[in-house]
Structures are given as structure tokens and as C-alpha cells.
Design a protein around this ligand. Structure first.
Ligand code: NDP
Length: 247
């Protein structure tokens, strides 16, 4: 892979929003490494579908638990070994533990922080030595950082609120290198985590003026805009794409 070829690292890319992001990036001619935890079959199928025969490797699936610092460090090293550098880091992996405050388990609290917050810091820090100036870091937060219209969302909402602050501080630190850092906050999106026919769907649709769940591809389209040169003046922002959930 030549040094002027763009490379993306997607944390959590085997299903849902992450999968749509991997596909959009790859279709744009960007080499992509993505991680997964359990979905080896889906990840291998994506590689098979996206890699063109007789072309240099342009897609790499890496098993790495986002709660495991060493696994994330190794994932970044494997990406650099395969593609040489990293232009775009997209931190998408997320964990949803639903439990009311009287029932919350401390281990679930720690796991939520590890996956939804700490992993964003780890992958970004580990990738930075290999990121040319002008790169992009995109975190996938949630509108539940600012609105939780259901019971049991305390630790998930807290973790996504933490992403807002992390994004701002990282954006300030990296602005001298023209590396932008932004936080996309999706509203309800039809994925395994939140199917639009699931048990919470009817309740959530009441909070959606647009009347439907979003699609993973819609979130991916915002990622594609954020990596464009035209988006270079946007940094430290939290961008809601939520069908009006937060109006
Ligand atoms: P899914 O559960 O559909 O997919 C999650 C993806 O992240 C999978 O590829 C999964 O890998 C990977 N992943 C999860 N945990 C880990 C882990 N510990 N280590 C490595 N990879 C992991 O989720 P969504 O696509 O719905 O969500 C993606 C992001 O968007 C999350 O951060 C979520 O919080 C956020 N979000 C989602 C909303 C929604 O309504 N769907 C709304 C707002 C925000 P594997 O397949 O191996 O499990």
C-alpha cells in the first residue's frame, strides 16, 4: 500500500453502524482495518465480499475486545503493519447495559466505561504516532448523552456524555496538527443493538418526529463527510443525527 493511500481504522466494524462505516470507507477507495469481538463469521464474510481478487490487500479484520487495552494496541500495530499508516480512526464499538440504579452491577459499570470511553482514548493514542497531520478521529457517541426517556439507561447515558468531554479535549490537543476530533450522536438506528421491531421500538418511535428509526448507512454518510477536506474546520463537535429525538 503506497504512502499516499488513505487508511482507516474502525473499532467495532462487523455489524450495524460500524459495518456500514467500513463499507462506505472501502467503497471510497480507502483501505480499512476493523475490529470485532465475537462475530468472526460476519467479519470474514465482509473481507471476502470487499477484497477484490488480484488486488493488494485493502481490508483487514482483527479480533480485539475493546475492553482489552493490549488487544487494542496489537490491533493498531497490525493495521500499521498491513497498511503503513492511519489517516482516520473511527471509534464505533459500544456496549449497552440496561439496569436501574438500585440494581446496577459495578462490573457492568466498569465494562461500560472500558468499552464506551476508555477504548476511544486507547485507540486514538496508539494510532497518533502513525497519523499524518490532517487526519480525523470520529467517535460514535449517542443522543442518550443528553436525553434518556426510558428507565435503566444511567450508565450508558453517562458513558456517552463522557464522550462529549473526551472529544472536546482531544480536539484541542490535536488541533495544532490539523487532526479533527468529532462525536457523532445517533438517535435510534435499526441494528442488532436496537432493532426497529424490538421491545423498545414502539416507545422510542414516540420520540421521533421523523417517524422512523435511522439507518446505519445514514450515520456512515456523516462519517464520510467528516473525513472530507471540506470538514476540516469542524472539530470538538457533537453532531446529532437523530430524526429529531433531541428536539
Ligand atoms: P451493534 O451491537 O449492532 O454492533 C456493535 C459492533 O461493535 C459490532 O461489530 C461488535 O462486534 C462491536 N463490538 C461491540 N462490543 C465490542 C467489544 N467489546 N470489542 C470489539 N468490538 C465490539 O451496535 P450498533 O451498530 O447499534 O452501535 C454502534 C455504536 O453506535 C455504539 O457505540 C452504540 O452505542 C452507538 N449507538 C447506537 C444506536 C442505535 O440505536 N443502534 C443509537 C446511538 C448510539 P461483534 O460483532 O464481534 O460483537
Amino acid at each position: 500500500m503506497s504512502s499516499n493511500h488513505s487508511v482507516a481504522f474502525v473499532q467495532g466494524g462487523s455489524r450495524g453502524i460500524g459495518k456500514a462505516i467500513v463499507e462506505a470507507l472501502h467503497h471510497a477507495g480507502i483501505a480499512v482495518a476493523f475490529t470485532y469481538q465475537k462475530s468472526k463469521e460476519q467479519a470474514d464474510a465482509m473481507v471476502h465480499a470487499l477484497q477484490k481478487p488480484d488486488q493488494p490487500a485493502s481490508i483487514l479484520a482483527i479480533q480485539a475486545d475493546s475492553a482489552d487495552e493490549q488487544a487494542l494496541q496489537i490491533a493498531i500495530q497490525k493495521t500499521v503493519k498491513a497498511f503503513g499508516h492511519i489517516n482516520f480512526v473511527i471509534n464505533n464499538a459500544g456496549y449497552l447495559a440496561l439496569s436501574t440504579i438500585d440494581q446496577i452491577d459495578t462490573a457492568e459499570f466498569d465494562k461500560t466505561i472500558a468499552i464506551n470511553v476508555r477504548s476511544l482514548m486507547i485507540t486514538s493514542r496508539e494510532a497518533l504516532p502513525y497519523m499524518p497531520n490532517g487526519g480525523r478521529i470520529i467517535n460514535i457517541g449517542s443522543v442518550n448523552s443528553e436525553r434518556i426517556p426510558f428507565e435503566g439507561g444511567a450508565i450508558y447515558g453517562m458513558s456517552k456524555a463522557a464522550v462529549i468531554g473526551l472529544t472536546k479535549g482531544m480536539a484541542r490537543d490535536l488541533a495544532p496538527r490539523q487532526i479533527t476530533v468529532n462525536n457523532i450522536q445517533p438517535g435510534p438506528i435499526n441494528t442488532d443493538m436496537n432493532p426497529d421491531t424490538g421491545e423498545f421500538a414502539d416507545a422510542l418511535k414516540q420520540f421521533l418526529p421523523i417517524g422512523r428509526y435511522g439507518k446505519a448507512e445514514e450515520i456512515a454518510s456523516l462519517v464520510m463527510w467528516l473525513i472530507s477536506p471540506e470538514a476540516g474546520y469542524m472539530t470538538g463537535s457533537s453532531l446529532n443525527m437523530d430524526g429529531g429525538f433531541t428536539i
